[in-house]
Design a protein around this ligand. Structure first.
Ligand SMILES: *[C@@H]1O[C@H](CO)[C@@H](O)[C@H](O)[C@H]1NC(C)=O
Ligand SMILES: *[C@@H]1O[C@H](CO)[C@@H](O)[C@H](O)[C@H]1NC(C)=O
Length: 343
């Protein structure tokens, strides 16, 4: 008799067949709903909808978040945050201006943004945005900003996004790759007519741990070897006249590293301070002779603008890129004369 026992969907009696069919249909329907909602949730996760696609670039080792995201994308994302105080999926940071900018933050910022104080954790109290922070202190500061391993940090500023780029680079240097820069920063946000807010979320401290990513950083010795052996292309984002040595900057020798390629920051920015579209950027780099398939080191005057170039290269899918943190400030003081050229 055991053999005639109904099993699964196969059953003999009339009413039971009907019941079982119904159960099977329900199971299949549920399975289909689950399948489609997971796929669409995945698609919606970071691609947003409509005019923006490609927020997640999958590489072999990890998921990489787009270095640059449009303000429209952030605006849509904000609509999904229900409880800003307890949200550690996304942390929006207002990096102010090159010199502080906390007063501007207090007058209104992108909703849910916290102020990021670039003077925090610098070794030198008179330090600049372009100095690397003390590691222990930085780790503690990141924790206090409620950033955990899983948090997508979205940073903007009110100064051509160069401060934001510097934070983008510093976070990646310390092992946090889930970080994006809002294209055009605060000016793009207000130009689009989006609301600002006076509220600062009360975030919870995390257990964030820094993890070094030395591939993003080049120091003086590395740079000397690179210039001598031509193991990477040096892309310098300074003003053309500063690059050629036509204008002088007090305290600096004039000129550039032999073999360096000049791509001034203003050439990669549109008139509204947003970053030019990928097609135009690729053309600009091609015209200047930058080969995006080969290693690149970006440099500038103080190590800040260069991080914008690094972010732009990453946004083009080029990640064999490092920033020379000391930049011309370091090079012009330490390099021998044969390592500096003009014209
Ligand atoms: C930013 O950090 C510096 C250095 O710790 C501090 O002196 C300054 O008051 C801070 N600014 C704000 C707005 O908290
Ligand atoms: C902007 O703020 C006003 C007033 O609080 C509100 O009515 C409006 O819906 C907000 N607009 C957007 C796009 O959030």
């Amino acid at each position: 008799m055991a053999a005639d026992k109904p099993r699964g969907c196969f059953i003999s009696s009339g009413r039971a067949i009907l019941m079982t069919l119904l159960v099977c249909v329900v199971i299949i329907a549920v399975a289909l709903i689950v399948f489609f909602s997971t796929t669409s949730a995945q698609n919606g996760l970071d691609h947003g909808k409509g005019d923006y696609s490609g927020s997640l670039v999958h590489t072999t080792d990890s998921c990489q978040y787009d270095p640059i995201v449009p303000a429209q994308w952030l605006h849509r994302k904000l609509g999904q945050i229900r409880d800003a105080d307890n949200d550690d999926c996304m942390r929006i940071l207002d990096a102010g201006t090159y010199m502080d900018g906390h007063d501007l933050y207090l007058k209104g910022h992108i909703p849910n943004a916290l102020f990021y104080n670039t003077s925090q954790c610098l070794f030198d109290p008179q330090g600049r945005v372009g100095d690397l922070p003390d590691e222990e202190c930085f780790q503690e500061y990141i924790r206090l900003l409620g950033i955990s391993r899983n948090t997508h940090v979205v940073v903007y500023d009110r100064y051509l996004n160069i401060v934001a780029s510097r934070i983008w680079w510093t976070l990646r240097l310390f092992g946090h790759n889930k970080v994006s820069i809002v294209d055009g920063g605060m000016s793009a946000w207000t130009r689009l007519g989006y609301n600002t807010s006076l509220y600062s979320p009360r975030v919870k401290k995390t257990e964030f741990r820094i993890k070094h990513n030395p591939s993003l950083l080049v120091d003086f010795d590395d740079m000397t070897a690179i210039v001598k052996e031509k193991t990477a292309q040096v892309v310098d984002s300074r003003d053309p006249k500063e690059f050629t040595g036509e204008t002088t900057t007090p305290g600096y020798k004039t000129g550039h590293m032999p073999g360096a390629i000049n791509v001034p920051l203003k050439e990669v920015l549109d008139t509204d301070d947003t970053i030019k579209p990928p097609g135009e950027l690729k053309q600009i780099f091609a015209d200047r002779g930058v080969d995006l398939t080969q290693p690149i080191v970006s440099t500038c005057r103080t190590g800040v603008y260069s991080t914008t170039l690094t972010a732009i290269f990453f946004s083009l899918g080029v990640d064999n890129v490092a920033s020379y943190d000391g930049s011309w400030q370091d090079w012009s003081r330490r390099a021998t004369d044969d390592m500096i050229t003009t014209g």
